[in-house]
Structures are given as structure tokens and as C-alpha cells.
Design a protein around this ligand. Structure first.
Ligand code: PBG
Length: 340
């Protein structure tokens, strides 16, 4: 055979690293950490093997474990000691994330990013206070809401005020970066304004900019106890059918001052990651979510997949698609392997 082009020449062992287009570093990863104000002991999360909800007293120890693997950043999620219809514990000075942030930033060098949302704090599990017509005297809902009514739930503009309070309280506690995940219109601008006017103009915002209404969040909702008690999140999170809408949605966040743009979930939405990489010059983050983690673990448990290999390949794919930062429950395992 007279073949001029033989791509296999560059696939030989010693040349492969030289022509490799993508590489992963532990510093690419952000490890999610769950801090739980309702427990005094670490509680394993069943659907996310290897992950736990840790009490506030263990938050520093948990973050130190992350740092030991070479991962330098954590994303904090809180489970509050109590919930109410407006989610007021989300901006309490002695709230779970505020307290954990204070301790972690004073005792470790971790870069602390805080998730800013209300769904773990509201009694109804939606990402903000409910619209007027749905509220009973206490602001909650009496009965499950079905059908058409289930699609009008969260009061967008009332939520913005709460998000401003949450973001400011996190920054006051020492958070290095604020990550709003509620998909409310105007949330980035509202938070930027609140941070700037309280002396936190140096704190960047990583917006969950293109966040889809995804069934892949299932295990997280167990982990963080944040499932909506009625309806769904369809009227604020994006329709999985839409890609062009993501560009429009992200443009708005850019105009409002977002510093880092996130796509979530990651693997089923790599086209969106690639689109953002092409359309914007901002750093792009991708959230390899709980369901993506859980399904690989479940298959590995059955002996159907090699967990270490599929985890590494998944993260490599996310980076190759254009993500600069990767939020992933595999952060510690893959970082440990990369270091070793
Ligand atoms: C809160 C939030 C969610 C996730 C991150 N922040 C849940 C949701 O939107 O329902 C999901 C993360 C994961 O599945 O790993 N709004």
C-alpha cells in the first residue's frame, strides 16, 4: 500500500504525549462540599458513593482532605438547621454556609466558592419565594399544586432581593467567589450591584449561566435535600431542547457582569460548552453533576465499566469541549490519580 497519510505514526507511545491536545490538571477542578447544620456526624450520601454531608465542625477537615489531593477550590452547599417559605436561613449571619465559609477561609488556603440559591432553604424546595397567588398566610403552599398552576411558582423579582442578601452575607463571611444557581432573570446584575455597594467589588461571580432543567440532578436533591415539593423547575431552568437560547441567556449574564460562565450539566451538554467557548472570551466552567457521577458508579459497581478510566475520560471530554474549570464529584479521585 502506498499511503501518504498514516495518522497512526503519531499514536506511538513516546510521541503521544507530545501531540496531545488536551491535558487535565488538579487545578482545573472544583470539588463540591456539603455542609449540614442538622447533623453532628458525617452522613454518607447513598446515591453519591464516597461523598458525605459533613457537620459544620468537620467542614475544615473535609476541605483539608480535598486540598491534599491537589484540588485547590471547593464549592460549598449548605443544609440549614430549619427551612421556611422564604428561605430566610440562606442569608443568616450564623447560617450554615456563612459559618463554614468563615472557618474554612480562616483556617485553610482553599479557594471558597459558594452556591447562591434558595432551594435548600425554602420549605417548598423552589429556588425563591412563591408568587403571591400561591402563598398561604405563612407564605407556603397548603396543597400540592398540579397541572397549569405548577408552572407558575417562583416570584422572580422578589427572589432577586433575597439573592442579594445571600451573596452579601457569603462575601462578608469571606467567600472568594459567588456562584448564583437559581436561574432568575437579572440575578447576576442584582448580585453584582449588591456586592459592589457593600465593598466586595473584588469578588467575582461565576454564573450558572446555562443551567438546564435536568433529571441528572436527582442524587444532588437527595444530598442537599432540595427537591421541589410540588411542580418542577421548568419555568426557570432551561429547556434541554434549546441551544440557541443558551447564547441569549449567557449574553444577558455577560452584560450584567458575570466573570465565569457555567454550563450545567456537562456531558449531555458538551455542545453548549463548545458553543460558549466559541462565542465568549470568558472562562467557561462545566458542572459534571450528581447524576453523571452516580451513573458511572452504578455501572462500575455492576462490573460493567472501569470507574477510574471512565471518570478520567469524562473529565477529559469536558475539557476538550472547551471548559476551563470543571466542577465534579470526581475531583479528588482524578486529581489523586493525576498526581500519582
Ligand atoms: C441548586 C443546585 C442544584 C444543583 C446545584 N445547585 C439543584 C437543582 O438545581 O435542582 C445540582 C448539582 C448536581 O446535580 O450535582 N439550585
Amino acid at each position: 500500500m502506498e499511503l501518504t497519510h498514516r495518522p497512526r505514526r503519531l499514536r506511538q507511545d513516546r510521541i503521544r504525549p507530545l501531540v496531545s491536545e488536551t491535558s487535565l490538571e488538579p487545578s482545573d477542578f472544583i470539588a463540591p462540599v456539603f455542609v449540614d447544620a442538622t447533623t453532628e456526624e458525617r452522613v454518607p450520601i447513598e446515591s453519591m458513593p464516597g461523598h458525605e454531608r459533613v457537620p459544620i465542625d468537620e467542614a475544615v477537615a473535609r476541605v483539608e482532605e480535598v486540598l491534599e489531593t491537589g484540588v485547590e477550590a471547593v464549592m460549598l452547599f449548605g443544609i440549614p438547621r430549619s427551612k421556611d417559605p422564604d428561605g430566610t436561613r440562606a442569608w443568616a449571619e450564623d447560617g450554615v454556609v456563612q459559618e463554614a465559609t468563615r472557618r474554612i477561609t480562616s483556617e485553610t488556603d482553599a479557594y471558597v466558592i459558594t452556591d447562591v440559591c434558595l432551594c435548600e432553604y425554602t420549605s417548598h424546595g423552589h429556588c425563591g419565594p412563591l408568587e403571591e397567588e400561591l402563598r398561604d398566610e405563612e407564605g407556603g403552599v397548603d396543597e400540592p399544586i398540579h397541572g397549569h398552576d405548577a408552572t407558575t411558582t417562583v416570584d422572580n423579582d422578589a427572589t432577586l432581593e433575597s439573592l442579594e442578601n445571600i451573596a452579601t452575607s457569603h462575601a462578608e463571611a469571606g467567600a472568594d467567589m459567588i456562584a448564583p444557581s437559581g436561574m432568575m432573570d437579572g440575578m447576576v446584575g442584582a448580585i453584582r450591584g449588591a456586592l459592589d455597594s457593600s465593598g466586595f467589588d473584588h469578588v467575582p461571580i461565576m454564573s450558572y449561566a446555562a443551567k438546564y432543567e435536568s433529571a441528572f440532578y436527582g442524587p444532588f436533591r437527595d444530598a442537599a435535600d432540595g427537591a421541589p415539593s410540588f411542580g418542577n423547575r421548568r419555568h426557570y431552568q432551561m429547556d434541554p431542547a434549546n441551544a440557541r437560547e443558551a447564547i441569549r441567556e449567557v449574553e444577558l449574564d455577560v452584560e450584567q457582569g458575570a466573570d465565569v460562565l457555567m454550563v450545567k450539566p456537562a456531558l449531555p451538554y458538551l455542545d453548549i460548552v463548545a458553543d460558549l467557548r466559541r462565542e465568549f472570551d470568558h472562562p467557561v466552567a462545566a458542572y459534571n453533576v450528581s447524576g453523571e457521577y452516580a451513573m458511572l458508579h452504578a455501572a462500575a459497581e455492576k462490573g460493567w465499566l472501569d470507574l477510574e478510566e471512565v471518570a478520567l475520560e469524562s473529565l477529559l471530554s469536558i475539557k476538550r469541549a472547551g471548559a476551563d474549570l470543571i466542577l465534579t464529584y470526581f475531583a479528588e479521585d482524578v486529581a489523586t490519580r493525576l498526581q500519582g
